[in-house]
Design a protein around this ligand. Structure first.
Ligand code: FAD
Length: 463
């Protein structure tokens, strides 16, 4: 007879492992299946965590070389040790994945090691064993979208997984795709000395972010030495020579040209991962982009089967997956789990960082919503000046009639941390005036948020 559980979660990424833990906290007998040797999914193993470790290490190196002198700190012969940097990244990954293992033990979640496949709607197989559950959650995440004509070998033509493990700094790195993953990893290698060219099909970077922020971002990255080929597509990669020869064409078609690189990072997006799950056999519906279709309660069209995280619609972000994991576990326990998709922040962890929550100006225009704008530059913020980090600004959008905050967009130092108060404000339905009337400690970067909120009403104080 197969082992019986209340809940089986397939995939131990931030969606799956959090769902498993929350369900166990709520008294369910839970198993989580993971085919990787370690827990934590894309995020902890090859995504958020290792990329942030390398961003931090390379940022430190860049700061010592370029920013310390302005503070009167004179550093001598500054070098970096790439194997050590990679070692630090690997240690951080191990500490985090082991942490999830500990949490599974603490919460009595059974880790089933191997690849899960549906046998029937309530039974999966892992290797030669079968397991049955009242509810099964698909949390199998996503994978890199391949680019036709550009075959990945993870050494010279890499996905993000290869790009966080290069053995040496490439002389010329070409990043295909101007989204956050390409720009973060491009920044890492640029800071370590690579020439970096970003080729993007669209005529702008980070397409889901506010246009004004994206334009400022491109300027700052250009200042750092990154090169951009916007409105351009890569149609072929030739690896016969010592260097990879990429064929580039204008996005709209036209004369082809060649661009050579030592390493090419393909970062054109990610797609839902459902391979080998056996979804067809049990009739779970997917959409045109291969994502598992769910209703507002994460239920698929097959009774007892649910899905969360990157494998369903919505932003492919770890914290979005986690929120869904918690909400689903609570729904399965008879509670009122809910995710507010209007208050999910998005952050690009370059320096300066970009952070965003709610609607962009472009989205408000397209929806015909009348809005007010308040902006404040970090150049006028005392703390940013003291830090020597004055690039960027805070931009708030509020409803013209009610003043309710509709969107917040920041480019600047620590934007990813600063945004938290605005996520909270949107979650609580605050107005720009509410934020403006809230005391902000001085001198902090967050004072730029207060000033932008004052600026919505035309009454910023420090500009
Ligand atoms: C380079 C990079 C940087 C990123 N940085 C950030 C960031 O800074 N912030 C952020 O919010 N997001 C970031 N992301 C995105 C983030 O990693 C994902 O949104 C998140 O991991 C999605 O979680 P998930 O649980 O849905 O899926 P995943 O984390 O992809 O986990 C799914 C797991 O399911 C397992 N699995 C799949 N099929 C099976 C099967 N049949 N049987 C058993 N196991 C299976 C997989 O092995 C995997 O471990 C980044 C991604 C990348 C690639």
């Amino acid at each position: 007879m197969s082992d019986q559980f209340d809940l089986i979660v397939i995939g131990a990424g931030p969606g799956g492992y959090v769902c498993a833990i929350r369900a166990a906290q709520l008294g369910m007998k839970v198993a989580c299946v993971e085919k990787r040797a370690t827990l934590g999914g894309t995020c902890l193993n090859v995504g958020c965590i290792p990329s942030k470790a390398l961003l931090q290490s390379s940022e430190n190196y860049h700061a010592v070389r370029h920013d310390f002198a302005a503070h009167g700190v004179i550093a001598g012969d500054v070098r970096f040790d790439l194997p050590k940097m990679m070692g630090h990244k690997d240690e951080v990954v191990t500490a985090n994945t082991r942490g999830v293992e500990f949490l599974f033990k603490k919460n009595k979640v059974t880790w089933l090691k191997g690849e899960a496949r549906f046998k029937t709607a309530d039974t999966i197989t892992v290797g030669t064993e079968s397991y049955t559950a009242r509810s099964i959650v698909i949390a199998t995440g996503s994978e890199s979208v391949p680019l036709p004509g550009v075959a990945i070998d993870e050494t010279r033509i890499v996905t993000s997984t290869g790009a966080i493990a290069l053995a040496q700094v490439p002389q010329h790195l070409v990043v295909i795709g101007g989204g956050y993953i390409g720009l973060e990893l491009g920044s890492v290698w640029r800071r370590l000395g690579a020439e970096v060219t970003v080729v993007e099909f669209l005529d702008r970077l980070v397409p889901t972010m506010d246009g004004e922020i994206a334009a400022a971002f491109q300027k700052i990255l250009t200042k750092s030495g990154m090169k951009f080929r916007l409105g351009t597509k890569v149609t072929k990669a030739d690896t016969a020579g010592e260097r990879v020869a990429l064929t580039l064409e204008p996005a709209a078609g036209g004369t082809a040209e060649t661009l050579t690189a030592d390493v090419v990072l393909v970062a054109i997006g990610r797609r839902a991962h459902t391979e080998n799950l056996g979804l067809d056999a049990i009739g779970v519906s997917t959409d045109a982009r291969g994502r598992v279709v769910t209703d507002a309660h994460f239920a698929t069209n097959v009774k007892g089967i649910y899905a969360i995280g990157d494998v369903i619609a919505g932003p492919m972000l770890a914290h979005k997956a986690e929120e869904e994991g918690v909400a689903l576990a609570e729904i399965l326990a008879g509670q009122a789990g809910h995710v507010n998709y209007g208050a999910i922040p998005g952050v690009v962890y370059t320096w300066p960082e970009i952070a965003s929550v709610g609607q962009t100006e472009e989205e408000l225009k397209a929806a015909g919503i009348a809005y007010k704008v308040g902006k404040f530059p970090f150049m006028a913020n005392g703390r940013a000046r003291a830090m020597g980090d004055t690039d960027g600004f805070v931009k708030l959008l509020s409803d013209k009639a009610t003043d309710r905050l509709l969107g917040a967009h920041i480019i600047g130092p620590d934007a990813g941390t600063i945004i938290a108060e605005l996520v909270m404000a949107i979650e609580f339905g605050a107005s720009a005036e509410d934020v403006a009337r809230t005391s902000h400690a001085h001198p902090t970067l967050n004072e730029a948020v207060k000033e932008a909120a004052l600026a919505v009403d035309g009454r910023a104080l420090h500009i």
